[in-house]
Design a protein around this ligand. Structure first.
Ligand code: FRU
Length: 513
């Protein structure tokens, strides 16, 4: 049977009950999900594809799963868009991007092909490929691969050349893709094309010197608020600089592009998210000019999901980006407010004396909650989600050290699971103001936006669905205001259906990356 149909049928017959998956974050219908791919607006809808192995809850031959939304909050699953079914992508349809070309939806992805030369010698080719579709069905081009390894300049490795991000600029298509040089360092390569099928190598935009890992994956490059911003996902970071963590993580390089030479003059580098469950970012530009980024809310070191759970991996909630004072700022997309219900607001609440307290009405597993600390005279202040002896997620602010410590206790994991990130630290920037903590909680994750998105931290955690307590305690005294909203995606969907369709707004947007 056709591999795409087979995968779609499997997805339909093994679909996990929607009520047991996160409420407003994109998740796979069944099986394994990693990187977001082809995040784009096409034909009036937000399209999100993703690295997908429907058959198991672990990574395997990569397909492109597909879902759409009109509000970033409620997601509809679609048939599988790409399956590894031709020679040049037989080992997997790896990550890539999407754009609109002459009314068609173009997917640019990496075909991964393992070759066996004899019993002992194997090689892997990663080459860039193209498919066109109508928003549901996608057909691979017969001219694939559009960038074969023969177009990889001298000095780079054929087995690490992937994750094309393509956009249109000044009448040309530009691409950045990840590559590894023969010394083992990651580069961001740039290519250009007039027709999306014939490409010319332009430059190495920048490369790793080992400070932020070896290979770099999933590059994305865009202009924002007067800066050029390059994001890359770094593999195998060791002895990480302050504010970054070892393992896998995403950095943003802010600077100025010289488009003639195709190189980036980097002025500042920051960790995009201080949590370990954050990788493979990709962004889109909305018709109203917002740059929105999404990421896989997991990374390659961490596999902590409960063994009974048949879906694995989720996306972050999409974030609106801006650059302020040379720093990348992230906020949850404003459409989330359309899904608010059950507002609770309590002011001037005192937490003191070490005892754990609950605040009436403040609980839930699919919420947006902001805690504004208005007075603090304490050694520490803690917020715990769903805490019990065998599970929970606790954030402890230690004012003197200007950091928040995040502890999670695993629940339901198999005996093979280890959590390398059971304790993580969030460093806060020097500031005279008290922290404002905005938590997005959605059944299996917490994303924390500190001081309006200056610092962000994402983490998965698992607990029984009915566990919804939130407790506060302070070693000393803290006064705070709280505002909490439950999230109901169906509310966002119905508001969206009643208002202007994205379709009308996007008519002139063909080609936007
Ligand atoms: C990043 C990544 C990409 C690759 C994909 C394979 O997480 O390793 O570089 O295309 O995942 O699934």
């Amino acid at each position: 049977m056709d591999k795409k149909i087979e995968a779609t049928q499997f997805q339909e017959t093994h679909r996990v009950d929607r009520r047991t998956r996160p409420v407003y974050h994109a998740t796979p219908p069944t099986g394994w999900m990693n990187d977001p791919n082809g995040f784009s607006i096409y034909d009036g809808k937000i399209h999100l594809f993703y690295q997908y192995h429907p058959y198991k809850d672990i990574w395997g031959p990569m397909h492109w799963g597909h879902c759409t939304s009109t509000d970033y909050v409620s997601w509809d699953d679609l048939p599988v868009a790409l399956a590894p079914d031709v020679e040049y992508d037989a080992s997997g349809c790896f990550s890539g991007s999407a754009l609109t070309v002459d009314g068609r939806h173009a997917l640019v992805y990496t075909g991964c092909e393992e070759r066996e030369h004899d019993e002992t010698v194997q090689s892997v080719n990663q080459q860039q490929c193209l498919a066109y579709g109508d928003g549901v069905d996608y057909i691979k081009r017969t001219c694939n691969p559009i960038i074969p390894i023969s177009q990889l300049p001298e000095g780079y490795q054929a087995n690490d050349f992937r994750d094309p991000k393509v956009w249109e600029q000044d009448g040309l298509y530009l691409m950045v893709a990840a590559a590894k040089d023969n010394d083992g360092f990651g580069h961001v390569l740039m290519y250009d094309s007039e027709d999306l099928e014939n490409w010319k190598f332009r430059s190495s935009v920048t490369s790793s010197d080992g400070t932020y890992g070896d290979m770099w994956e999933c590059p994305d490059l865009f202009r924002l608020d007067g800066s050029d911003v390059l994001t890359v996902s770094c593999m195998n970071v060791k002895n990480s600089p302050r504010g970054f963590h070892d393992g896998f993580g995403v950095i943003a390089c802010l600077g100025d592009m010289d488009w003639d030479s195709g190189t980036l003059d980097i002025k500042a580098i920051q960790a995009v998210d201080q949590g370990a469950d954050f990788y493979a970012t990709q962004s889109l530009l909305t018709p109203d000019g917002r740059r929105i980024m999404i990421a896989w809310m997991q990374a390659w070191h961490n596999f902590i999901k409960p063994s009974h759970q048949k879906w694995h991996g989720m996306m972050t909630f999409p974030r609106e980006l801006s650059v302020v004072d040379g720093r990348l700022i992230q906020k949850p997309v404003r459409e989330l407010e359309q899904a608010y219900t059950n507002k609770v607001r309590e002011e001037n609440i005192e937490v003191s004396g070490g005892a754990e307290i609950e605040v009436p009405g403040v609980h839930g597993r699919a919420i947006d909650m902001t805690i504004d600390i208005i007075e603090a005279d304490c050694k520490s202040f803690a917020i715990s989600f769903d805490e019990a002896p065998d599970r929970g997620m606790r954030f402890t602010w230690i004012p003197k050290e200007n950091r928040i410590v995040c502890n999670r206790i695993l629940w339901g994991a198999s005996e093979h699971t280890t959590d390398l990130y059971a304790e993580q630290t969030i460093l806060l920037p020097e500031s005279d103001s008290l922290p404002k903590l905005r938590f997005l909680v959605d059944r299996a994750s917490v994303e924390l936006f500190i001081n309006d998105g200056v610092t962000v931290f994402s983490s998965t955690f698992y607990a029984p669905l009915e566990a919804d307590s939130i407790m506060f305690s302070a070693d000393g005294t803290v006064r705070m205001n709280i505002e909490k909203h439950d999230i109901d995606p169906e509310k966002a969907r119905s508001i969206r259906e009643r208002t202007v369709s994205l379709n009308e707004k996007t008519e002139d947007q063909a080609g936007i990356n």
